[in-house]
Unconditional design. Sequence first.
Length: 501
Amino acid sequence: MLRKDLLRVSRAGGGYRPEFVDREHRPLAARVLGAFEASVGEPRAVLSEALDGIEADADDFKLVRGLAALVERECTFETRATVPPPRVRRAAFEAAEAVGVASESTRDRAIERAADGLGVDSEVIDDDLYADRDTRQVLVDADVRWGPDTLLDQYNLSLAQTALFDATEVRVRSADPKALVSAVKRLGLLYELRRTDDGRELVVTGPDRLFRRTRRYGTAFARLLRTVAKTAEWRLEATIDDRGTERTMTLSERDVSVPGVDPVAEPDFDSGVEADFAGRFRALDLDWTLVREPEPLETGTRVMIPDFAFDYDHADFRLYFEVMGFWTPEYVEKKLGQLADVEDVDLLVAVDESLGVGEEIAARDHRVVTYAGRVRVKRVVDVLREYESEFVAEAAAALPAEIVPDDDVVTLEAVAEGYGTGVEALDGARFPAHERVGRTLVRPAVLETVADELDSGMTLAAAEAVLDEYGIGETSAALSRLGYRVEWEGLGGGTLQETDS
């Protein structure tokens, strides 16, 4: 974005059109870049003088200052002083108070007194006294990432972003609405996704529709344009509050593009509440996969993209998950309308207790969990367990009365995977040709062979090697089944002892 005082717009015909630049402004952009490059090692005052000269030759001083402002953000200035200027000023002012400066000679005595106190020459006091002022700072690095063409692209993007700072509503159509919704949610803006005759339109509510305008909302609104401009075949229409007059601004990919530089990475989640929940949920070992921002859901003539979805690993089932945080009353009402019209899917909604709409959502036949501050993973898992118990019961009922795996040794996980279910569905199954050893099925003949190779006094390491040879990975369960326990010998390992001895 640019500073508001550098905004250049045309209001011809009652519209609101940023005054974009094109390739005919390339020489001007090159001159601005050249002024910075030529001023490396010089005080800022030298650079300012060079830019003043460019302004004098240009048709629009705001354009020159806007280009220079963008370049300056890429540069590095530093204060060059022998002694930190604040320390020099403190010493000089204390000396002046002691001497009583009333003339040039008494000033010189004060400077000498300050220099003696700091252990430097008096010339250092004069040089460093105000070395940290903007005009005295030295340009040390002008390694700008833009050339003249990309600087013009960045200027157009920044100009449009500045214009959007005063938007009260933005309507966007794009070939990639999901990317736009993700960006809107990350930036904390309020939105609706409406279905139109020729696609979908994202409607974003700006800061003036909230309690009051805030810089945070204005900045987020402007940053959204970068994501919009990176999509294909987009069109943006914004309602602008132009000092109390409502005007319409229309933009498309012909007006604004993103320069060929990488933007600052944005967070993956819309809020800390969602990021916190996702991190804690994914740390659990569950038969559910958490999906971020799944496909849109139909809600009458509009659509919504839930925050998450839970996919069950052993069935074709998806539970959608929406997190309702602190929103304005108007937006909550819109969201409730969406939830009422959402298509026939399973939906779980986590509702901030402060909204007080949990019962109203539940009345719309959706599952609800409330939260304060952070979503409790246990409450969500409890809901997933209810669904899971139904799938386990159905899977168990579909299993044969007796299961006889081909392998002599096989894990329950492998058997369950073969039937496309979870291990819990095997709890009531019968395995007439195998014994259960922990979570492993082993034929009795194999157990007898292993028993012949084990003996009391054998080291635990040697016993594990025998079990591994036959594919039995659960050492404790196997040794217990074969009548052995481990007698530990400090940190040096253990030996097998018969449980009857």
